[in-house]
Design a binder for this molecule. Structure first.
Ligand code: GLY
Length: 360
């Protein structure tokens, strides 16, 4: 029997390309990343891969096709104090997503997610735990009877964890999440998915079927839809076998440049310096994309978010002992790292460096 060697997917680019290829072969239209500045007054920034499709889910805009897939740049600042402190919180991240607009629903979303993570990314069943919304017996049944996952690997959680919405109002629904277990040897008894050292949630399948109004009332959307989100940085951490997202090829080259300027070594640095390095590494990606998408530093709204990120970078640079201007050098590494996937960064190179220089 000839054994076929399947190429291991490891780098951030390989993970992104494999996701988009997998879903385009399942007849999803590849949609380029939208701007970080959303066409949506309810949010300041694009906070999820689904945001550009929100009017489609609400039936306000025609669907671009029945199925879509994207790698969407996103920024969330609600957890900014955790950035650099935990292994996986970020301001800027890329969210891989597959979407159904009134086409397939739970069965295909679960089957394809499983096929992708076990066949394409080649994760072992032993490392995967899934959660389902406690009232969603249908999804639990699909995982158990059709995918064949052992019931001990299916954890039922409440609204806080397994009911997803992009904001206080708007499209929402129960979800099922895939977690990676870094310590399967600890067994399946008393699983606590909140244990961030052991588990990382990496793929969220949202069964988008309701609209929530400002009084909190849920009404059925016209169609049952699928919205999913896989954190590219998280999958990179898993496949590159790193301790945290910051040490992946998506961010680490920026950290290495900061180390070079500060004349320190990342791996022998203490936790305090490591946090500063991670914060600057994270914020660099957010700042270059914000400026490239048209945000200028100011004391208001998005402009203030940008200003705050740059100030935090400068402050952590000082904590690392850097006294000279350094942000344009760091930003240049970030632009070079990401410009293949985001050519706008290259086109806006001078604008980005100028704005950062003035602000620093
Ligand atoms: N829209 C699904 C997620 O952001 O997790």
């Amino acid at each position: 029997m000839t054994s076929q060697l399947i190429k291991k997917i490891v780098t951030g680019d390989e993970i992104r390309n494999a996701f988009l290829k997998f879903y385009s072969e399942k007849l999803h239209k590849i949609i380029p990343s939208a701007s970080l500045i959303p066409d949506d007054p309810t949010v300041m920034l694009t906070i999820a891969g689904m945001l550009p499709f929100k009017p489609v889910f609400l039936g306000l805009k025609e669907r671009p096709s029945k199925r879509a897939t994207s790698s969407q740049k996103c920024i969330r600042t609600n957890d900014i104090e955790n950035v650099g402190v935990t292994a996986r919180h970020h301001t800027f991240f890329e969210m891989l997503g597959n979407f159904s607009f009134g086409d397939y629903f739970k069965r295909e979303a679960i089957q394809w997610a499983w096929e992708l993570v076990t066949n394409i990314y080649q994760l072992s069943v032993e490392n995967i735990i899934v959660s389902v919304f406690h009232e969603d017996g249908e999804s639990a049944k699909i995982w158990r009877d059709e995918i064949g996952i052992h019931p001990d690997r299916i954890v039922k959680l409440g609204e806080k964890d397994n009911f997803w919405s992009s904001g206080k109002t708007g499209p929402c629904g129960p979800c099922s999440e895939l977690y990676y277990d870094f310590n399967p040897e600890k067994g399946l008894q008393n699983i606590d998915l909140e244990d961030g050292d052991r588990f990382i949630e990496f793929y969220n399948l949202v069964f988008m079927q309701y609209n929530r109004d400002s009084s909190g009332k849920l009404t059925d959307l016209k169609f049952k839809n699928i919205d999913t989100g896989m954190g590219l940085e998280r999958m990179a951490q898993i496949l590159q076998k790193k301790k945290n997202n910051y040490e992946t090829d998506l961010i680490f080259p920026i950290i290495q440049k900061i180390c070079e300027i500060a004349n320190i070594d990342y791996f022998s640095s203490d936790d305090k310096n490591k946090i500063s390095l991670k914060i600057i590494g994270d914020h660099t990606r957010a700042v270059i994309h914000l400026i490239s998408d048209g945000v200028a530093a100011s004391n208001l709204g998005r402009g203030y978010i940008l200003r705050r990120l740059i100030r935090r970078m400068v402050r952590h640079g000082r904590l690392l002992g850097i006294t000279n201007e350094f942000l344009p050098h760091i930003a240049t590494v970030g632009i070079n790292l990401m410009q293949n996937n985001y050519p706008d960064l290259k086109n806006n190179n001078d604008l980005i460096l100028n704005e950062i220089k003035i602000e620093e």
